[in-house]
Write a protein that binds this ligand. Sequence first.
Ligand code: 8Y4
Length: 269
Amino acid sequence: MGIVNVTPDSFSDGGRHLSHEAAIAHAHRLIEEGADMLDIGGESTRPGAAPVDEHEELARVLPVIEGLRDIAVPISIDTWKPAVMRAAIAAGASLVNDINALQAPDALAAVANSDVAVCLMHKQGQPENMQDAPRYADVTDEVMDFLRQRIQASEAAGIARERIVIDPGFGFGKTLVHNLALLKNLRHFAALGVPVLAGLSRKSMLGAITGQDVDHRQSVSVAAALIAVQGGAAIVRVHDVRETVDALKIWNAVNEKPSPQRHRDTEKT
Ligand code: 8Y4
């Protein structure tokens, strides 16, 4: 899953043409690099980020989704707002990526009254305060219990299990120790019986381990994605698609049944 952030442009006349064009161009590039899915987001969910109102969020993301109507890969809409979900689904999105796990009023219905898939993510607290003092008795148990409950609530609202993906929410109200425990225990999440999505790309936990600033976390992000896939992740949400796809080709070559054409045992390599 390649990340496409739709950021506001810096034009005072309110024209958004350039930021939309830039996001669409970036999306096409990520597809060329091998993305199987794109996650379109119009609200920053970094720690401490200010919320964006739904009209502003829609003005950012809808023209991009509409501009990508004819692409070959599914589009995910990164939002927790039911109005944005509904409009994005109508415009062609096929996955709702909700960092709030459909807990907003009306969010369950917005997805249930459609045929799209949903990613239910765990977080503790809200983006503006979530990194202040994250606390868990046992982070893996607590995040698993939460996701189990949200799967159950989603199913009760009419969203079939086949439409559900779960995500432990790396960096969302978690210390480095919590994040590492979740990554180490990712297999437990895969055992809940729905696909697991992992988002580690460029996150501060990777900076805390390596000392690299956010612009130099490509290698460590690829390493983290590979560890997540090794731990059973079905989807990895990444900025650096080309590099991640290359790493996963190695993983696939080692772990898949080799096809005779691709891996003839007479080849010298
Ligand atoms: C640099 C770049 C530093 C980005 C931090 C960040 C997830 C997610 C985000 C995730 C799912 C982010 C929308 C945070 N993370 N959705 N969204 N899972 N499902 N921070 O882990 O990328 S935004």
